[in-house]
Design a protein around this ligand. Sequence first.
Ligand SMILES: [Fe+2]
Length: 354
Amino acid sequence: MIHSPSNRPTARRVLGSLLLVPTLVLAFSLQGCQDESEPVVNVYSHRHYDTDEALFQRFTELSGIRVRVVSASADELIARLEREGQASPADVLITVDAGRLHRARERGLLQPVSSDLLDEAVPMDYRDPEGFWYGLTRRVRIVAYARDRVDPELLERYEDLADEEWTGRVVARSSENIYNISHMASLVAAVGVEEAEAWAEGVVANFARAPQGNDTDQIRDVAAGIGDVALVNSYYVGRLLNSEDAESRQLAQRVGILFPNQDDRGAHVNVSGIGVTAHAPNRAHALQLIEFLVSEEAQRAFAEANFEYPVRPGVAWAPTLQAWGEFRSDPLPLAQLGELNNEAVRIFDRAGWR
Ligand SMILES: [Fe+2]
């Protein structure tokens, strides 16, 4: 999904809308007037943060390679890569969710790369086994709960959300959302289709309202008392807690977070990631950029900017994440999320999770 900046400072919101203009300009300049003498790398990115821009500038300082960015939604970028085919100027695709990266690979839009540096920086679980994509940041699907109405002891596992205890208390977003689809895929891998479907039916029966909104909306609805519990990506809570908007900070204070399944398989983890495009004109530069983005320096900045976890082991976490503490994560290789994607969608349909 597009990272909605609704709780971000106004200046960034304005910057976000301005980004649309250079994107359109770039659409022509990338194809039309590539200066052969200047080393460049062309990035199609679903992420659009000031920090990403700063990191790209740093990469240029270190390497002499200019970074040109096209920002759009993941679906738009994937459609565009398909349309452009061999003529595409894109060298790398940056997007969120292993399910989407898998989709891009399946459609023949990525090519494998490898290097000792990448193998060392990115643990096996957070990259494609054949090098078609590499995770850049990790995010955890957590339970956000109303501190004043929920005893977190009663909610230790994702599976618990289907219990009668939570009737009329669960708020959720649409099952069309890739975060929900990937989480369902992880559940299928853990407990099988039948149990996963029974779980979805149980959660649907517990809805406080029909699925709607994005992850931030789920947190806001828990704070507002529309529901008591929600499944959301960890960084959305981190963002609200650190928002420059006092009202957002206050509502985030009313919400607690918990990492589910700590006594068994662990919490569901996903990544934002990067892959070299199938027809990259600047393949060597693309590899250099990926190696930079998993370096210690870049990992700290990249993850902190959005309150995500670095993929590279040993890199310091943002203070908010440190306060939440260590957690056990589901060791399921992320490539399997993409493979179980279609199964997950069918389960949601049968269970009536719209
Ligand atoms: Fe997101």
